[in-house]
Every structure is written in structure tokens, then in C-alpha cells.
Design a protein around this ligand. Sequence first.
Ligand code: GLN
Length: 283
Amino acid sequence: MTARRSVTVADALRQAQGKLSASSSTARLDADCLLADLLGVARSHLFTHPERLLTPEQIDAFRERIERRAEGVPVAHLTGHCEFFGLRLRVDSGCLVPRPETEHLVELAVALLPRAGSLIDLGTGSGAIALAIASERPDAVITATDSSPEALATAAANRDALGLTHVTLEQGDWFSGVADGQWDVIVSNPPYVETTSPEWRSGALQHEPALALAAGPDGLDAIRALLSPAVTRLRTGGSLVLEHGARQGEAVRGLLTAAGLSGVTTHRDLAGLERITVGFTDG
Ligand code: GLN
């Protein structure tokens, strides 16, 4: 039997970076996160212990993670968790991995939510948006919905782990199935990927649920479906806050205005792209 060459943390990371560089623009970061998680250490440990030797089991497990990452599986699905708005969230293949740009939607919603006000998050997935808002606003009455029982189970696990018991989860397809009520703020990061886009056709998003991403040829099917029931469920003076694609700002402003909302404004993300549109009921 040939003895296996000893592999250090630094060796493993170098090899992994090489394997991922063709498929990921964040090859080194991905490798660091996957190895740190596997070893149960902080990322900084990898920099301070580059000579640490990996066991054969650790080497095999790391290689397997790197292979799956090279196939496009998100880092968060491989580790089973991610960080959003300072919260550690469990994520799995049944929900979208929360994106950093969605943190901006949380900030806008928190600012618009009156004291002790009510808010509903439509299509909550892992619960990221509703739980982040709830972590900032213990005074609020918060509901989160999803049509997928699998996503709702993940959201419930996150809510319970974070102790954010003032969030109520309900199964609903936008508003259908959701108990009657009116809200001060309605938020959603609905599916908005255009099924005609090169990104969709190349399968770059194939490891996340299509239900959470794809919304017809122009990517606006979900926004069109939720908009008129949302307007009727908003209190006077209430706000609708929607995330959308970078090229959809003008179309979304048109839809919100046509649905009777006023003060319709689009906010840009940190990359300077139109990302979140807000509209208000008069009052
Ligand atoms: N921002 C995601 C992406 O383009 C899409 C999220 C969504 O459809 N809600 O990868």
C-alpha cells in the first residue's frame, strides 16, 4: 500500500482554488468557507495554521465538496447555512440562498414599518427577509408565507433557532390561502428571472429551486400575480416593497403605478443597479 502524501491546509486550499477558478469568480473564498466549515473552525484559523495536516477523511470530504462546488452547487447548500443581515440561517436545496442585495430590502422595510405595525413577507423561502426584519423590530407583528411546505419547514427551523417567536408562518400562494388581514408593509423578493435570459438558459441557477427564481419570459409574472391582491391588503398609508431584476425597474414602476400606488420609487443596490421598487397607498 502506498502511503498518502500528507496534505496541509495551504496545499488543500491551493489545489481547490485551481479547480474552482474556471467555474467560480470567488474560488478562494469558496474554498476557504468550505474548508473552515468542514474543520469547524473560523476562516482566520486557516490563515494562522497553513501547515495544519488534514486527515485522509478530511481530504476526501473536502475534495467532494470542491467537486460539487465546481458543478455549480452554492457554497451555502454545501455547508447548510449562510449569513444574512448578521443572522446565521439554515438553507437547503428547497430554498433560494439569500443574496446580499436583499439586505437593502430589509433596511427599507424596517424604515417604513410604523411602531407596532404589521408586515407580511410573501415567498419567504428560508425566512431570511421576515426574520431579519423581526430581529430589528420586536414590536412588529410579522407574517411570512410560502407556497412550498419544504421552504416553510426551513423557515420554521430558522425562526425557532433564532427565537424570533413573533413571526407567524402561513402556507400561501401569494395571498391565496393566507388568512384575511391588512398590513402596513408588504414585502417580497419574488421570482423574477427571465426564462429567456442567457443566465437561465445556461443553467447557472440550476441548483436552486425554479419556483423561487423563474417568472416567465419577462420575469414579471410573479409581480403581476401578487400586485392587485397586495394593493387590496395594504392599509391606508401602507407600503409595498419589491425586489426585482436590474433591468426591470421601469416596468415594475409602471405596474405599481397602474395598480394605483403613489410615490413609486426605485432604489439601487450596492452595484448601482435598480433593484427595489417601493409604492404607497394614499393616506
Ligand atoms: N437575484 C437572483 C439572481 O438573479 C434572483 C432572485 C429572484 O428571482 N428573486 O440570481
